[in-house]
Write a protein that binds this ligand. Sequence first.
Ligand SMILES: Nc1ncnc2c1ncn2[C@@H]1O[C@H](COP(=O)(O)OP(=O)(O)OP(=O)(O)O)[C@@H](O)[C@H]1O
Length: 237
Amino acid sequence: MTAAISIEGVCKTYAGRAVLREVTLQVPAATTWGLVGANGAGKTTLIKCLLDFCALDAGRISLLGRPHRTVEARRVIAHLPENFLPPHYLTGREFVRYLQTLRGIPYSEADTQAACAALDLDSQALDRPARTYSKGMTRKLGLVACLVSGAQLFVLDEPMSGLDPKARALLKDALGRLAADGRTVFMSTHALADVEELCNAMAILHEGTLRFTGTPAACRAQFGAATLEAAYLATIA
Ligand SMILES: Nc1ncnc2c1ncn2[C@@H]1O[C@H](COP(=O)(O)OP(=O)(O)OP(=O)(O)O)[C@@H](O)[C@H]1O
């Protein structure tokens, strides 16, 4: 079966400093993966590499079997950036409509309303410019745009960040529905409890090197750890 994400020997250097060192990772389709690692470990850089936001120094990436630099590869992706900021002058509705236009799919008010409800974003906020949104509302708008995208592959950089407890619970439900629908979710997160709850597998990135890939249970078992947190700390020790 074609991997949703295939990363082979990826190296990335910034200003002479190696940020990713020979990273190799296969993410099977229809799985939910957690990418974890300390601040500065290289998670966002890896995500930027697979989205072709920065050039690779070495290695290859393909998305659902297509080279990552091709338009066809990018078409299947929905992405929530780490610091998502929509154009401040667009209303929420205009932003979602704009992204759907770029994707070449029709805007559906019903789908957008349903996605707002699924994330507890007051749908009246869709009428307001994005500059009036709170931090959490802005994050929810970015997630709404992902949910209505019809994408096969969701690349989410810390999707829970800034969400209130109810929205986090709702987002977990929404991600569960994506998984049940056969979509692939690849998300970076610092919340190991979310990884344990949501993810089929995880990758631990430390100082630009993958220290572990496998299931959360296998990670715990490898170190005889009672919790994923203890296993993670042992992995990066
Ligand atoms: N454009 C850039 N120019 C120079 N260095 C960069 C650039 N982007 C990232 N870095 C460096 O690369 C390293 C990895 O950063 P990255 O943002 O990938 O980490 P991260 O794992 O996502 O961290 P966090 O959990 O804090 O978000 C850091 O040392 C960072 O300073």
